[in-house]
Design a protein around this ligand. Structure first.
Ligand SMILES: [Fe+2]
Length: 219
């Protein structure tokens, strides 16, 4: 591990393999040191994954530019992770799962979300067991009630959102540093607040590239 100043200062000329390696290192450290029992169950998914790296190229989404203006507390591991991703966002591959023609999510969400995978079926660290990466949402978007077979964790890195986990459960506010656990097949939704919302996400179990089920189609 490097200290925060090394992460912040030494990264200007990093190649993409080194950038991914630094990001993976902070993720591993977060998971290794977490006292959250749900997070601890994801630890074994990182074993051996470092040896699977491949170059997946880069890809831009407008949403990723929101990383330029977010609040970062580099004194914490979540802050260090988001600082790294922000600094190197142009070298990362940003993706979306949903398309307009699927009619399952609103245009606010489509225009205002993206993710960059770190481990998973498509890499850069290839894994059939653990899908992980960084997700970002614009302010004031709704991610409607949906579910999937994989169990999921959102570890909030910046911003806040109201989360609903369970079809009839009340929503509660989650902010930087909070961990949200979504059990397999349990419906969940969230609404972002007035700042960009950035999470470290983790999936395991089930098909790691399953497209979520939604309660209803829009439009
Ligand atoms: Fe989910």
């Amino acid at each position: 591990m490097h200290d925060a100043s090394a992460l912040m200062e030494g990264a200007g000329s990093m190649d993409v393999a080194t950038i991914h390696s630094e990001i993976l290192s902070v993720m591993e450290r977060m998971v290794d040191t977490s006292e959250n029992p749900h997070v601890q169950r994801f630890r074994s998914g990182f074993e051996g994954v470092r040896n699977t790296w491949r170059d997946v190229g880069s890809g831009h989404l407008p949403t990723a530019a929101l990383l330029d203006s977010i609040r970062i507390d580099a004194g914490t591991l979540p802050g260090r992770l988001v600082a790294l991703v922000s600094k190197h966002r142009k070298h990362l591959l940003w993706e979306q799962t949903y398309r307009k023609e699927d009619d399952v999510v609103g245009e606010d969400l489509l225009a205002g979300y993206g993710f960059s995978e770190v481990t998973g079926k498509r890499g850069p660290y290839v894994s059939e067991r653990l899908r992980s990466g960084i997700g970002i949402w614009a302010p004031h978007v709704k991610y409607p009630l949906h579910w999937h077979d994989s169990e999921e964790i959102y570890w909030v890195l910046s911003g806040s959102a109201r989360f609903q986990v369970g079809r009839d459960e009340p929503a509660s506010l989650k902010k930087a540093g909070d961990v949200v656990f979504m059990p397999s097949a349990v419906p969940h939704a969230f609404w972002t607040a007035r700042e960009p919302f950035v999470v470290f996400y983790l999936w395991q179990g089930g098909d790691l590239r399953q497209v979520s089920e939604f309660e209803s189609r829009i439009g």
